[in-house]
Each structure stands twice: as structure tokens, then as C-alpha cells.
Design a protein around this ligand. Structure first.
Ligand SMILES: Nc1nc2c(ncn2[C@@H]2O[C@H](COP(=O)(O)OP(=O)(O)O)[C@@H](O)[C@H]2O)c(=O)[nH]1
Ligand SMILES: [Mg+2]
Length: 225
């Protein structure tokens, strides 16, 4: 029994990995959102990002989680690169610019691709309408966009400004909640697995022990010779 508990504890405290992929048309503010949150810095200069990976380590209860934030760039226009980014992602921040309706079309396509490629429950999506500090004429179309995301897609929708910092914390809080949900699910899965596999584990343990004794025996004997 104690052996099984030790195994369980080891498994629980093992490092897990959670990858957030930030996607959206170039110029919508993906890098700015990350930079505002991580360094509290905002710059008006747009420099095309080379794909960048921000790695952080977090602890949730007994579980260590390595969090990767992948800030995607131009290479995502290539389908193969997009496929790869989607394949490795656990959560997707789909960013568009509130003053650029075209950029929401990209979000729609990205969501379709994610849904095609991944199974339900395997990922989360958060849609971000950035640059809310800029004047946006069409408040009606904004309401429509928000209702599409919240009601039709049933995904989380957050309006942000990387310039003023508005709601940027909420984006990362939302991500943290998603990670917590994932860990809780994983723990449940493990404890279920543990319950149903208990007799098998006992059997395996005794078999291992037996094999171990045989080895110990032959070792002891060869030492005595
Ligand atoms: N006014 C305003 N400009 C922003 C905001 N976020 C980003 N920008 C500007 O938009 C441009 C593109 O931002 P960037 O983060 O490089 O976009 P990316 O290509 O999606 O990574 C830069 O000139 C930023 O200064 C915002 O919330 N408000
Ligand atoms: Mg960028």
C-alpha cells in the first residue's frame, strides 16, 4: 500500500507541461500583450516577431508545471507550421484587433483549424479583442462579434489594450484557471486509473519483487563464491 502511495506522490509531483499558443494576424498586438504582462512594457514600434517561446515554471499544489507561451509570427502563414503549432498547443489565445474586422476573420479560420485538428476537451480557446483604446466606430459589429464568440462558440472573450494594460491581467488569470482545470482533470484521471488498476499493480509489484529476489539471490550467490 505504501509503495503505491509513494508512486502516486511521485507521479503527482512530476513536471507537467502546458503550452499556450498565441495566434492572430500580424500587427494585432500578440507580442505587445505578452510584453505588457511580463515586463510592463509597451512600445509603439511594430517589429515582426521571430517566433518566440517564453518558458515559466509554476507550482499548483503538489504539481510542478512548465508553461510555454509561444508567440507566433509570420511563419504561421504556412499551413504546415500552423498545423505544428496547433498540434502542440493546450490553450490558444486567438487575438484580433478591435479596429480591424478582417483580423477577426483570421480568428474564425484559426478556430476552425483547431477544431478540425484537435479533439474536444483537449484544448481551450480564449478570444482577445485588442487595441480597445483606439477609436472604433462600429459598436454594433463589436457586440455581434462578442456574441458569436460567447454564445455560438461558447468560448471566452476578453477585450484588452496592451497600450493601457486594460484587462491584460485577466487574460493571464484566465489561462491560469485553464491550467488548474487541466491539472484537476489529470489528477482525477490518475486517481481513477489508480483505483481500477490497483489489483493489477499489486500483481505487478509482487512479480517485480519476485524477479528482484531472483536477481538478489543470484547476486548474493556470486558474491559468496
Ligand atoms: N493603440 C494600441 N496599439 C497597440 C496595442 N497593442 C499593440 N499595438 C501596436 O500594434 C503594433 C503591433 O503590435 P505587435 O505586438 O508587434 O503585434 P503582433 O504582430 O501581433 O505581435 C505595434 O505598433 C504596437 O505598438 C494596443 O492595445 N493599443
Ligand atoms: Mg509579434
Amino acid at each position: 500500500m505504501s509503495v503505491i502511495d509513494t508512486n502516486a506522490m511521485e507521479r503527482d509531483s512530476k513536471m507537467q507541461n502546458f503550452r499556450v499558443v498565441v495566434m492572430g494576424t500580424g500587427g494585432v498586438g500578440k507580442s505587445s500583450i505578452i510584453s505588457k504582462f511580463m515586463n510592463d512594457k509597451f512600445t509603439e514600434i511594430h517589429k515582426e516577431t521571430i517566433e518566440e517561446l517564453h518558458r515559466h515554471r509554476m507550482r499548483f499544489d503538489s504539481v510542478s508545471v512548465e508553461i510555454d507561451i509561444l508567440d507566433t509570427a509570420g511563419s504561421l502563414q504556412f499551413p504546415a507550421m500552423r498545423k505544428l503549432a496547433i498540434a502542440t498547443g493546450d490553450a490558444f489565445l486567438l487575438v484580433f484587433s478591435a479596429n480591424n474586422p478582417e483580423s477577426f476573420e483570421t480568428v474564425k479560420h484559426l478556430r476552425d483549424e483547431i477544431r478540425e485538428q484537435k479533439q474536444k476537451g483537449q484544448y481551450s480557446i480564449v478570444v482577445i479583442a485588442n487595441k480597445t483604446d483606439l477609436d472604433t466606430e462600429d459598436s454594433h459589429s463589436h457586440a455581434v462579434t462578442e456574441s458569436v464568440v460567447c454564445m455560438d462558440w461558447e468560448e471566452k472573450f476578453i477585450t484588452t489594450s496592451a497600450k493601457t494594460g486594460d484587462n491584460i491581467d485577466i487574460v493571464f488569470q484566465t489561462l491560469e484557471n485553464k491550467i488548474r482545470e487541466r491539472i484537476t482533470l489529470e489528477k482525477k484521471r490518475l486517481s481513477f486509473f489508480r483505483r481500477i488498476s490497483m489489483p493489477v499493480m499489486r500483481l505487478t509489484n509482487s512479480e517485480t519483487a519476485a524477479t528482484g529476489f531472483m536477481e538478489i539471490k543470484s547476486r548474493t550467490r556470486s558474491m559468496k563464491k
